[in-house]
Ligand binder design. Structure first.
Ligand SMILES: [Zn+2]
Length: 388
């Protein structure tokens, strides 16, 4: 089979719905996208493995490998998109539409088009043997649970020396982002008549103390951790919502809090959870309540690759852009945990992601193809010298 043109590939990818969402009414399988990619990569000499994501029916990762040996390069992206509001779009989100020197469509910049550009870059390779593997990695559920990348990290596969995550960075190399934790705190007290506090145990009184504890923990974190590479240079902790109680003349029996915490590179999610647990623990005895502190999802670790890393230096040289930090989280820390030197670098702007009328500007296309070819050349074709 002849590989379709870039335009055909983009049209087919955008036309294949693959929303992922923690709300079941939105959530869709990503197999259609995975199968399209495999059908184009196989004729180009790639061995395609479709790996179902354990416990997530209808979801799979694709690992497509050409060449073998040590080293090599992973070009990674996610196959899913966020949900959409069709009524706010000027054109059908699933129909690739050209307008104003841009391609519009759901997933045009975040980030199905990246796969089409990577395949376009690969098409130009001749049939000569690669001297290190080139791997196209397409994951599931990045926009919801990150179950795809998490499953790969747990299985220790795939592995190469370098990985580029093609999320929209306007072709600027990104070597740092914060992590994300979302946690819940449930306080169970005992309801009773408000006229006598001894008749109950107020979950709200205990929550008041817990909120104070979290705010002083936030202050402590911000005093001890700063990184000027980030626009918001400190770790943040946001008290997102509180629900509790029902009536002014009743002792509050239960109160729930959800908060998020965004750690800087170098801060560890498990340690942070432990620290919060330790600080909250005395509240249970003090107020005679039961405290349950739990993650709402496993969290995304913070991410950092050294400025001196070969891949960072190479990407800076090829793009002419200094590497930077971004505010959004990606699958990069999971790929890094597989032992790969990892950066985030891709076409399109994050400002257009997760928006109605998402688009990829035409002027991102040829530079992306050129850049991917140069990366493949350096890490899979040229006799590669380790940097000192
Ligand atoms: Zn994305």
């Amino acid at each position: 089979m002849q590989t379709p043109t870039l335009l055909e590939m983009m049209t087919r990818l955008i036309g294949e719905p693959s929303v992922s969402c923690t709300l079941p009414e939105w959530d869709q399988s990503n197999l259609g996208v995975i199968e399209l990619l495999a059908s184009w990569l196989e004729p180009l000499g790639f061995q395609c493995e479709i790996l179902p994501v354990p416990d997530y029916p209808g979801k799979a990762n694709l690992v497509a490998t050409r060449g073998s040996g040590d080293g090599g390069l992973v070009l990674a992206g996610h196959t899913d998109t966020v949900p959409f509001n069709a009524e706010l779009w000027q054109s059908d989100p699933f129909t690739l539409t050209e307008r104003d020197q841009r391609f519009y469509g759901l997933g045009s910049c975040d980030m199905k088009a990246f796969f089409a550009l990577a395949i376009e870059a690969i098409k130009a390779l001749d049939n000569s043997e690669l001297n290190a593997p080139l791997i196209i990695l397409a994951t599931a559920d990045e926009e919801s649970s990150m179950s795809g990348a998490r499953a790969l990290a747990n299985s220790g596969y795939p592995r190469a020396r370098y990985a580029v995550v093609g999320e929209p960075t306007s072709l600027t190399p990104v070597r740092m982002h914060k992590g994300i934790m979302m946690e819940s705190l449930r306080i169970k007290g005992r309801a009773g008549h408000s006229s006598n506090p001894a008749l109950g145990a107020s979950a709200l009184d205990a929550m008041h103390s817990a909120l104070g504890t979290l705010l002083s923990f936030r202050q402590e974190l911000q005093e001890n951790h700063q990184n000027s590479a980030f626009d918001v240079s400190v770790p943040t902790l946001n008290l997102g919502c509180v629900h509790g109680g029902d009536n002014p003349n009743r002792i509050c029996g239960q109160c729930d809090l959800e908060y998020d915490l965004r750690p800087l590179p170098g801060m560890n999610i498990a340690n942070l959870r432990e620290e919060v647990d330790k600080r909250l623990a005395p509240i249970a005895d003090q107020f005679g309540v039961e405290l349950t502190h739990e993650p709402l999802f496993p969290g995304v670790p913070s991410f950092e690759t050294a400025k001196t890393a070969d891949l960072v230096a190479t990407a800076e040289r090829l793009t002419g852009q200094a590497s930077k930090a971004v505010a959004f989280a990606t699958e990069a820390p999971f790929l890094q945990s597989l032992g790969m030197e990892t950066i985030v670098l891709g076409p399109g702007s994050i400002n257009q992601a997760h928006q109605p009328d998402e688009y990829l500007a035409f002027d991102q296309i040829q530079p992306s193809i050129d850049l991917l070819q140069q990366l493949i050349q350096r890490y899979c074709l040229a006799p590669h010298k380790e940097s000192s």
